[in-house]
Write a protein that binds this ligand. Structure first.
Ligand SMILES: *Cc1c(COP(=O)(O)O)cnc(C)c1O
Length: 484
């Protein structure tokens, strides 16, 4: 049956119901999906080949296409599931998917406020909430929603560069640590900063930026003719969830006249909780903060945010005008900014809907409670992991990530990770800290609760007590080709 580009009312409802049925089945079954694809690469290879086919000339059948989509979606890490404890999980609340559907269906233009002023106000309300209520920035702060933390970082780096360096950028230098997210080095490069001028400052043994080393680096670089313009503090590193000493970094940046950027892509929304707010003290002194609603606000992928103390700095960097131009822009549009003038994109969907609808439907407290639960679960996981004699758990978690390794060394750590992930009930990832492998458990999904964390810890306990049936040497001997 053919489906016209513009179906009639009855057909629209029918098509929508079909999609909804598939989605509800999928989402309701998420907790029971395998946490990963397992190690059968061949199955995925066949699917990938099939899905690379170009589209047909003639129409297809929606229900058959949805069946195919279900197959494609199932061939994946279950990133939305409760067992996903790898990288930084993004659960994706159902209500945000509904908001995305609504937003795409009414398809309002979000680049310039006059085109849909009330929808732009919805977006701005989300930005203001993030700037004022979450990050505690002063009145007059603002920002824009992006597709993710990296795009948000790009606009922050460009704004800092423009304000502090002007057009002569070749001597500009940026300060990070070995644990700062790679998106900063990447966006600094995109912003025309020399790779060698992205300086890695040493950390203290608890993995936080060493403020004295930072001060030394800035002084030495100035003497060498560089122009330090940007210090990046992490409000939760991706590897271990560690929070840099934000107040000290803010002091130093202020003293030196350097832009202070806080990367809160993972940790920023823990500000909603009391414990998080304590640990992230200093974020309110930032010039710019990256937040990732698609991580700790459980929004679907494609939802990032940048908030800045002075939105005119974004305007100046992206649109080329000064603050008077920004204010004129704002006055022209019901007091709303034109997001096309604050970032690289012109056309822009009303992506704030994906946060606005969930926040209004569930209330902010629901998000605070969910994040508090993650902090509790992490504390619980930490206590159980340190009780395991085979494991070394070097850092007490600041937020919701706990890192551990085998006392027996890297090889054993990597083997342990394989054993854990082979369970297909949970999926963890690893990283290297100080040249040693660590496994990390990042508890962020709104779908992850006590039961799954218990299960994860049982899996880890079993996997660590499990002696290999044969020692490595015995196994090599038994599988080695027999001599002639
Ligand atoms: C995920 C992450 C980023 C990058 O954000 P994307 O949304 O993936 O582009 C930056 N910084 C930190 C700390 C992160 O965890």
């Amino acid at each position: 049956m053919e489906c016209p580009l513009e179906p009639n009312r009855a057909a629209m409802a029918k098509l929508g119901t079909l999609v909804l049925d598939h989605v509800v089945d999928f989402v309701a079954g998420i907790a029971d999906h395998p946490a990963s694809m397992g190690r059968d690469a061949d199955a995925a290879a066949g699917l990938v080949k099939g899905f690379l086919e170009p589209p047909p000339e003639h129409p297809g059948e929606l229900s058959a296409l949805l069946d195919r989509l279900d197959v494609a979606a199932s061939c994946a890490l279950e990133t939305a599931g409760p067992g996903y404890l790898a990288f930084v999980p993004g659960g994706g609340v159902y209500s945000a998917a509904l908001a995305a559907f609504y937003g795409n269906a009414v398809n309002r233009y979000g680049g310039l406020a006059f085109a849909a002023p009330a929808m732009a106000a919805i977006e701005e309300s989300v930005i203001q909430w993030m700037a004022r209520d979450v990050c505690l920035l002063p009145e007059g702060s603002g920002g824009l929603l992006t597709t993710g933390g990296s795009m948000a970082a790009l606009s922050a780096v460009v704004a800092a560069r423009h304000r502090l360096l002007g057009e002569e950028i070749s001597d500009g230098s940026v300060y990070v640590t070995p644990h700062t997210h790679h998106s900063i080095a990447k966006t600094a490069r995109l912003a025309g900063i020399r790779a060698r001028n992205v300086r890695e400052v040493a950390c203290t043994p608890d993995l936080r930026m060493d403020v004295e080393s930072l001060a030394d680096a800035i002084r030495d670089d100035r003497l060498a003719g560089l122009r330090p313009f940007l210090v990046v503090g992490s409000a939760g590193t991706t590897s271990t969830g560690t929070v840099d000493p934000l107040p000290e970094l803010a002091d130093l940046a202020e003293r030196e006249g350097i832009w202070f950027h806080v990367d809160g892509a993972y940790g920023g929304f823990f500000q909603l909780t009391e414990r998080g707010r304590e640990r992230l003290t200093g974020v309110e002194r930032a010039d710019s903060v990256v937040l990732d609603p698609h991580k700790t606000l459980f929004a679907p992928f494609g939802t990032g945010a940048l908030v800045v103390r002075d939105p005119a700095s974004l305007y100046a960097a992206h649109e080329g005008g000064g603050s008077h131009r920004y204010l004129r822009d704002v006055e022209a549009s019901h007091g709303l900014p034109n997001y096309a003038h604050l970032g690289p994109e012109l056309t822009h969907d009303i992506r704030g809907l994906r946060a606005w609808l969930p926040l209004h439907l569930h209330g902010v407290a629901a998000f605070r409670d969910a994040l508090d639960e993650k902090l509790d679960l992490t504390q619980y996981a930490y206590e159980r992991l340190i009780a395991n004699p085979a494991l070394d758990v070097p850092w007490r978690p600041d937020l919701s990530t706990v890192a551990f390794r085998c006392r027996d060394g890297d090889k054993e750590t990597l083997r342990l990770l394989v054993r854990i992930n082979d369970s297909q009930r949970v999926f963890l990832s690893r990283t290297a800290i100080d040249d040693r492998q660590v496994i990390r458990m990042c508890i962020v999904s709104h779908r992850t609760h006590q039961d799954r964390i218990e299960e994860a810890l049982d899996i880890i306990d079993n996997a660590t007590s499990q002696r290999p049936a044969l020692s490595e040497r015995q196994r090599r001997r038994s599988t080695a080709p027999q001599g002639r």
